[in-house]
Design a protein around this ligand. Structure first.
Ligand code: UDX
Ligand code: UDX
Length: 440
């Protein structure tokens, strides 16, 4: 099938490349001319495992191409996906202006006699599909035929290609049989269960899924607090509850709290839309509070051990919001670095993929030094904070780390290391929700 994706970011580009991989012809549109020029020149603007090969292979086989023109994209494609950003506003509600603008732009190029399916892939609050339909009707020429579908994405950054190629399920929200049949054809090669719903339910599924996952994380983080207070081990507790199939072990990892471009925004947006519709979802406010507190409790551990953070030399490993991505948007590690700087610490950070982006987007002050390697960052440090659980950190030579540091004090925000091994190596080791085992 001929497909168009408007917005060639994390979601749009990965979706476009995966659709091409299963044999569709895909044209990816973006209003950023630099991005389109780079993609046409074979450069991939984001780091996502497997994406570069996928894009190159499908460009070479003429199934994937790029353009700056919505008209070109919509003209040749029966199905048009919208994957533009839906950023948060200060009150937590979603800024839907990019979606609205793209809906108007699509309306402007729709031709009478050409049936088109317009699919919303961006994460949006319930009722957005209705507004997109009304907007297209208002701005399109008379006689234009189209349907609007909600088809939320469930891609995790860092494994987005795998998530799209082997989805647990595909959600298609539409009130039109014709559109549903086309969507089924698109997804047939992925061999995943397709859940067909009305548009509103599909939109709610996305917000409800991400909120539930965030709730699981906050549940584990709240458990980590009581584990610390009682001397229990949160890893054992979540294993113990997670082996119950009704609960499941995934997304029960206690740590520094959730971040990234989706969870914080989506939970705030879900709270906002529920409030707007007169059905407040106060449970989710507690999820947010636990998430905020988790970082605060971690900082307190540093203060407890170092007393005063001012002028302390602190190494931070990890800047991205999770491993295997270069995404530093709404990253807890980045917030942590800024908190340390506010308290007067001298921070040297290292991240395998996120350093360019933190500088480019000005997310940390220039005073934060960026090291070339993990060990270089730790050189002379009075404490090391492990903020993102990159595999590279797990494989570090711990003896070399100990001799590089001024004081072997490690704060593991992701429970990456084995506490017993750390103690045996002579580290003073603090982690999340696990009993403290002091060096003799
Ligand atoms: C997406 C979704 O759209 C968002 O709703 C979801 O919650 C997270 O994933 P993402 O792909 O991460 O966003 O955004 P980004 O990487 O910023 O890419 C969006 C692209 O759309 C950018 O390349 C931008 O240039 C492009 N864009 C933006 C347009 O082409 N047209 C516009 O009007 C606005
Ligand atoms: C999320 C959704 O999982 C995905 O389906 C899609 O809707 C986009 O949003 P993403 O933001 O890429 O994906 O990452 P995810 O793996 O969900 O992690 C989000 C945050 O939660 C990260 O900061 C991660 O460190 C944190 N997390 C995750 C935990 O703290 N503990 C866990 O057990 C799992």
């Amino acid at each position: 099938m001929d497909l168009c994706i408007i917005g060639s970011g994390y979601v749009g580009l990965v979706s476009g490349a995966c659709f091409a991989e299963v044999g569709h012809h895909v044209i990816c549109v973006d209003n950023n001319p630099k991005k389109i020029a780079a993609l046409k020149a074979g450069q991939i603007p984001i780091y996502e495992p497997g994406l570069e090969d996928l894009v190159k292979r499908n460009v070479a086989s003429h199934r994937l191409k790029f353009t700056g023109s919505i008209e070109e994209g919509v003209d040749g494609s029966q199905v048009v996906f919208i994957a533009v950003p839906t950023p948060p506003q200060p009150d937590g509600s979603v800024d839907l202006s990019y979606i609205e603008k793209v809906a108007r732009e699509i309306a402007g190029v729709l031709k009478p006699g050409q049936y088109r399916v317009v699919v919303d892939k961006s994460t949006v609050p319930v009722k957005t599909g209705d507004n997109v339909t009304d907007t297209i009707k208002r701005y399109a020429k008379p006689g234009v035929e189209f349907d609007v579908v909600s088809n939320p994405e469930f891609l995790r950054e860092g494994c987005a290609v795998a998530d799209l190629m082997k989805p647990d399920r595909v959600v298609v929200g539409s009130n039109s049989e014709r559109a549903i049949n086309l969507m089924k054809k698109i997804y047939e090669p992925f061999m995943a269960p397709i859940l067909v719903t009305d548009v509103n339910s599909a939109e709610l599924i996305k917000h409800a899924a991400n909120s539930f996952l965030a709730l699981k994380i906050s549940y584990a983080n709240a458990l980590s607090a009581i584990c610390e207070a009682s001397g229990a081990d949160v890893e054992k507790v979540v294993d113990g509850i997670g082996t119950d199939k009704r609960i499941g072990r995934n997304f029960l990892n206690a740590g520094l709290g959730y971040g990234g471009s989706c969870f914080p925004k989506d939970i705030a947006a879900f709270i906002a839309i529920c409030e707007q519709m007169g059905t407040p979802f106060t449970l989710l406010k507690e999820v947010q509070r636990i998430n905020r507190d988790q970082k605060e409790r971690f900082l307190q551990k540093l203060r407890d051990a170092l007393w005063i953070l001012k002028d302390k030399k602190i190494a931070v490993w990890g800047l991205t919001f999770k491993p295997d991505t270069d995404d530093v948007r709404t990253s807890v590690p980045v917030d942590l670095v800024n908190d340390l700087i506010k308290e007067g610490a001298h921070v040297t950070a290292y991240d395998p993929k996120g350093m360019e982006n933190v500088r480019e987007f000005g997310l940390i002050p220039d005073s934060v030094k960026l090291a070339k390697t993990a060990l270089e960052a730790a050189e002379g440090a009075e404490a090391l904070v492990l903020a993102t659980e990159w595999r590279e950190f797990k494989e570090v030579d711990l003896a070399a780390l100990k001799s590089a540091m001024h004081t072997p004090l490690v704060f593991d925000g992701r429970n990456l290391f084995d506490p017993t091994a750390m103690r045996e190596l002579g580290f003073k080791y603090r982690c999340i929700g696990r009993p403290m085992m002091e060096t003799k």
